[in-house]
Design a protein around this ligand. Structure first.
Ligand code: NDP
Ligand code: 2IT
Length: 444
């Protein structure tokens, strides 16, 4: 089957799942030169196999709200590919979750995890549960019910979930508590755990830090750095928060944040006490970003995304398809020279074309945001050896891994005739590692 035929078959077999189609198309369209050079992949039907999840689990999650009413949500875990290690990838709790979203994320995760240099396969899960406006007790009861089914499908050498949108330290705690209650085991079955019960230092920071480390590596190829750069950041959750902190540490100035309500623009930069305020607002008060504008007297743009301001660097850190073609053009006109994706698939395909036509440094999510899952791999490693590393040791591993991902993507892009194209490079390097493992292990 040609690449176009495989894509078409995915569309027919997975109707109504545009995000999954988009992710498959983006990866497979990069692979033409690889498939031409390696007929053994076509012979072993690697493409046809890699687009089909190894296993998909969908389950009922009933829970009781604070009024005593029973609510019912849908839970799922898609175990996509375990050729190079146990399934690994986050859980997303958001009302938009349905199999098409989880498949797109699980598919991306296969190649991202391959780039981390660590032995992790790809998977993803979640629920259409909306944590917004729920009490801690409601979130706990939901997590307990979710884990009461999920526990039988995961394991430290089988599948190790973690956080994603709507799943942070609080949810991982409740999920882990229920796993222990059911199994009587202190297994390494989740990452993103708190530091006092098996978590790793730097895991909370890792995705945001890693995205900025990757940006720094891209800038280095032009003899440039983060120092003095003005940065647009979207989102105000885990990834955005620590992207801002690391950018500040490297001498840049972050001027925007957003949430699903709108964006704030603070031309003086979000640092020091203002950054502490965002951490408290989002992680403790669970408030909205417009409250920042009210507190610091800056502008709030309701219902708008933060891409219209002058800047050198852009870091989309909220969600999929949050940069459209017009916004991408606006960024190019406003001076953006580097864009790295903290979020998964935040740029629509037409936006990516705009970046590539303009020749900016563009780091796609599966390379730029791999620091989160990489540090999850470091957390598993520490759990397995029964030790914990210092912040400095773990951060040094993270930096080394991000440098390696940049190098793998650059080398693969160059080898296959697309120098400087990190989309081609990341897709090709990630794919080859998994495809070779699948070849080695026979056709199943
Ligand atoms: P959080 O839940 O901590 O934060 C998500 C942020 O994005 C919030 O500000 C949220 O606003 C905003 N957001 C979510 N959905 C939408 C939407 N549909 N429209 C507008 N804004 C939205 O999640 P994370 O920071 O963990 O995740 C952010 C992105 O990074 C996701 O794409 C995730 O897949 C990716 N990622 C996360 C990793 C991790 O380790 N956590 C690792 C690698 C990638 P609101 O509160 O209003 O919903
Ligand atoms: O998209 C991602 O890489 C994550 N949400 C992190 C997954 C993980 O297992 O740490």
């Amino acid at each position: 089957m040609s690449i176009a035929e495989v894509i078409e078959k995915v569309e027919v077999k997975n109707p109504g799942e545009p995000e999954f189609h988009q992710a498959v198309r983006e990866v497979l369209e990069s692979l033409e030169p690889v498939i031409n050079k390696h007929p053994e992949y076509a012979k072993a039907k690697i493409l046809e196999r890699i687009v089909e999840p190894e296993r998909q689990i969908i389950f009922r999650v009933p829970w009781m709200d604070d009024n005593g009413d029973i609510q019912v949500n849908r839970g799922m875990r898609i175990q996509f590919n375990s050729a190079i290690g146990p399934y690994k990838g986050g859980l997303r709790f958001h009302p938009s979750v349905y199999p098409g979203i989880i498949k797109f994320l699980g598919f991306e995760q296969i190649f991202k995890n391959a780039l981390t240099t660590l032995p992790m396969g790809g998977g993803k899960g979640g629920s259409d549960f909306d944590p917004k406006g729920k009490s801690d007790n409601e979130v706990m009861r939901f997590c307990q019910s979710f884990m009461s089914e999920l526990y039988r499908h995961i394991g430290q050498t089988t599948d190790v979930p973690a956080g994603d949108i709507g799943v942070g330290g609080r949810e991982i705690g409740y999920l882990y508590g229920q796993y222990r209650k059911i199994t009587n085991q202190f297994d390494s079955i989740l990452t993103g755990k708190a530091i006092n019960w098996g978590g790793s230092l730097v895991r909370p920071e890792a995705t945001g830090y890693g995205t900025v480390y990757f940006t720094q590596e891209m800038l280095k190829t032009k003899g440039d750095s983060m120092e003095g750069k003005t940065v647009l950041v979207s989102g105000s959750g885990n990834v955005a928060q620590y992207a801002v902190q690391k950018a500040n540490q490297l001498g840049a100035k972050c001027v925007t944040l957003s949430d699903s309500g709108g964006s704030i623009y603070d031309p003086d930069g979000i640092s020091g006490e203002k950054w502490d305020y965002v951490m408290d607002l989002k992680n403790v008060q669970r408030g909205r970003i417009h409250e920042y504008a009210e507190k610091y007297g800056v502008e709030y743009f309701e219902g708008e995304r933060p891409w219209k301001f002058e800047a050198d660097v852009a870091l989309p850190c909220a969600t999929q398809n949050e940069v459209n073609e017009a916004e991408a053009k606006m960024m190019m006109d406003n001076g953006v020279i580097a864009l790295a994706e903290g979020a998964n698939m935040p740029s629509i395909p037409e936006a990516i074309e705009v970046y590539q036509d303009a020749g900016i440094l563009y780091g796609p999510g599966k390379a730029a945001n791999a620091g989160g899952v990489a540090t999850s791999g470091l957390e598993m490693c520490q759990n397995h050896i029964g030790m914990s590393w210092t912040f400095e040791e773990t951060d040094a591993h993270l930096l080394r891994i991000m440098v390696s991902i940049h190098e793998q993507a650059s080398k693969a892009a160059e080898k296959y005739g697309y120098p400087g194209n990190y989309v081609m490079g990341a897709n090709i390097a990630g794919f080859i590692k998994v495809a070779d493992a699948m070849l080695d292990q026979g056709h199943w």
